[in-house]
Ligand binder design. Structure first.
Ligand SMILES: [Zn+2]
Length: 107
């Protein structure tokens, strides 16, 4: 996952955002929310971006991808791949948090 740390949102300067190194202007969910709304015309992208809102709240990378789509009207294959990977990690992380690991029975 790389190095992650919390930094104050560069816009409202109130909410903390979890960022990875090199992200200069982190924005919190509340500040990015208006930029993440709009009509998605590409059905493939629509399906891709249709993930639980929680994920967007938790992860600034996912927000940036969504914002990029609305800003540029498309996403590169690289962005799509990275988006999918991040969603997968979040899903795996979630199930780890919510369910204790099954005890392994040793014979
Ligand atoms: Zn903010």
């Amino acid at each position: 996952m790389g190095i992650r740390f919390k930094q104050k949102c560069s816009k409202c300067k109130q909410n903390y955002v979890t960022v990875s190194r090199g992200q200069r202007f982190p924005l919190c969910y509340d500040c990015q929310k208006p930029e993440m709304q709009g009509e998605i015309k590409d059905p493939k992208i629509k399906k891709l971006l249709d993930i639980p809102e929680e994920f967007y709240k938790k992860n600034s990378f996912l927000r940036n991808i969504k914002v990029s789509y609305f800003r540029y009207g498309s996403l590169t294959d690289k962005q799509i791949e990275a988006f999918k990977k991040t969603v997968k990690k979040l899903k795996e992380g979630d199930s780890k948090d919510n369910q204790p690991p099954e005890p392994v029975e040793q014979l």
